[in-house]
Design a protein around this ligand. Sequence first.
Ligand SMILES: [Zn+2]
Length: 281
Amino acid sequence: MPEGDTVFRAARTLHRALAGKQVVRFEAVLAQLSRVDDDVPIAGRTVERVRSVGKHLLVELSGDLVLRTHMRMNGSWHVYRHGERWQRPRASMRVVLETADFQVVAFDVLVAEFRTARELARDPALAALGPDVLGAGFDEGEAVRRLRGHGAMGIGDALLDQRALAGIGNVFKSEVCFAERVHPFTPVAALDDETLLRLVRTARRFLEMNVRESSGGGMVTVTGVRRTTRRGDPSASLWVYGRAGKPCRVCGERIVVDRRGPQARSTYFCPRCEASTASRP
Ligand SMILES: [Zn+2]
């Protein structure tokens, strides 16, 4: 499931491949995109910038047109050289943008639409977003205020709400709560501002760890091992996520997975390390 770090890396990769380049061919299997392409052709436009906002990826084209996509559960963007074999089946292709050098393909994106800059600014999906955890001007105080608005909600679910903070997904939700020793089902109202601030700062630190580039220059891949522990061993890259039944890396207690809550998303935690906040009202 793509989280903010994945979308950020995808946008950076696409920006490097496309920015300043002219689109020589456009193809989409989505009717709402093809209609726009018929009316105001995409080929011939220049890609001005590619960026991420939370989990949204925006391809800004000359002539005031922005392609907004959201990867949802299985979507991804790939960059290929011409003639290179795709790593996903043709049936999963949704959008192709070609320049003289590259073929950029969106697979299985569920949301894809063209917007003018003005429409985008008013788009409810973007206008309602909380501070972007990976954004340049990230406002941690505003993030805390927005979390505070979810008093009765468990902190784990509140961290997932893109209207509070944009960019956190299910993996980082569990990892951030563990790192700060906060039980993910603790109601936000039971946590003080200082604790919320620590959670927000750790979320930003974890996502930043996962968009940092290990080797300078070159093209980076969209996928990669996600990590929060700073351990070199890839199998030890996360504290609790995906580790149900395995020993806690800090205390040895068995990690628990729980699927309660409105969307029944899996939540991983250590019942000992994160116990101190669990029984509060
Ligand atoms: Zn533990």
